[in-house]
Design a protein. Structure first.
Length: 387
């Protein structure tokens, strides 16, 4: 597979490393995709992370805009990490994890905010950070703020972990003005967890949808958790939870609610292991946008209507079996930077085939260069595969 051939309808920047989608929103007539970006490095941590920025009207044709946020303040000098966006009184607010590193201790991870009236040029709040320390229920891994407004109260959900109890957690805060926050407690947690990352939260007037990536301690791969539930006396009560996105080559999915009332999801593809696979350059992109919704008591995740014409009923790489299908995945050459900053070969990643077992009532497939996405039974189970 030639990873230098860019996908046609999956967004990629002109150059530089990308990872987590950030700040997904609809604002001023465009869908906005912000993302973790190192514009001057093809490898992660070649420079402190910025927020890249692209816009679209149809999720197919993308316009790359100038970098939206850079690490230019003392409180975020080592990275403008992941976060989300919220619109208040016609102003776009973006909340992000602001990072300060030190050689003799853990990173200081706080919550900062920037705002924009045009969706392109941002001003950082003068009294950042707005949350300056993790709570007792968390740890130094404390990042990726997710925002929602419910009946006039703003909720900020933070991803963290608790070392002593070995739990991945989401914790939450409330505010009336987006700037002054009060800690409330634990929203969700998972046993044998290292930490959660990249949460999202949306509200449809009745139900909350809470999502995040959960990283485990017991050898299990990370999972994208999606939970519907309700607020009862200010606390989140989960009702239905599933893992619709099975990977294996995606991470850090984020969800936002658009102007049509759709909960739209996208994730980073293909994930941390695949460094420099495009002959020493980055091949990162983002998944086709899916709408997450409840259908007959099940959580499904299926491509939005704007991209459904790109789906096919079959592909030669998806080989049907008596009880499902199989996709062969070849070995991949991974690259790295040596001590002099030169790109060199690192190792060859051996990969097992992807095997799906289960009844298939319907299957839809998207193949775009090296990006293969498979949607089973109307989005009950989805796969994102690097070819």
């Amino acid at each position: 597979m030639d990873y230098t051939i860019r996908p046609q309808y999956h967004y990629t920047p002109k150059k530089g490393w990308v990872n987590d989608p950030n700040g997904l929103c609809y604002f001023k007539g465009y869908y906005h995709l912000f993302y973790q970006h190192a514009p001057h490095s093809e490898f992660p941590w070649g420079q402190p992370m910025c927020w890249g920025h692209a816009i679209t009207k149809d999720f197919i044709t993308w316009e790359e805009l100038p970098v939206a946020l850079t690490p230019d303040k003392p409180y975020d000098k080592d990275g403008v990490w992941s976060g989300t966006a919220i619109v208040k009184d016609g102003v776009l607010y973006v909340f992000y994890a602001s990072i300060m590193s030190a050689k003799d201790r853990f990173d200081t991870q706080t919550v900062s905010v920037a705002y924009s009236t045009d969706g392109v040029n941002f001003v950082k709040y003068e009294n950042n950070p707005v949350i300056d320390h993790y709570p007792k229920d968390g740890s130094h891994d404390f990042r990726d703020p997710a925002l929602v407004c419910v009946d006039g109260t703003y909720y900020c959900v933070m991803a963290t972990g608790h070392v002593e109890t070995k739990k991945a957690r989401l914790v939450y805060y409330t505010s009336k003005d987006l700037l002054n926050w009060e800690y409330c407690g634990i929203m969700q947690e998972w046993d044998n967890g290292r930490y959660a990352e990249c949460p999202s939260i949306t509200y449809d007037g009745e139900n909350l949808l809470v999502t995040c990536s959960v990283c485990y301690l017991d050898g299990r791969p990370h999972e994208f958790s999606a939970t519907y539930g309700k607020l009862v006396n200010g606390k989140f009560v989960p009702e239905i939870r599933t893992v619709p996105e099975k990977g294996p080559d995606q991470y850090a999915g984020q969800v936002f609610r658009d102007e049509k009332g759709r909960n739209i999801f996208t994730s980073w593809f293909p994930g941390w292991p695949y460094k420099g696979i495009a002959n020493g350059k980055n091949a990162g992109t983002f998944s086709l946008p899916r709408e997450i919704k409840l259908v007959n008591g099940k959580i499904i995740s299926y491509p939005v209507h704007e991209v459904q014409h790109l789906l096919k009923d079959s592909d030669e790489l998806v080989k049907m079996t008596d009880d499902g299908f199989i996709v062969e995945r070849g070995d991949v050459q991974i690259y790295k930077l040596d001590e002099n900053g030169n790109v060199v070969k690192d190792y060859v990643m051996k990969r097992n085939p992807l095997i799906h077992k289960g009844e298939i009532k319907d299957i839809k497939i998207s193949k775009d260069s090296y990006v293969l996405e498979i949607f089973v039974n109307g989005g009950e189970v989805n796969y994102s595969i690097l070819l």
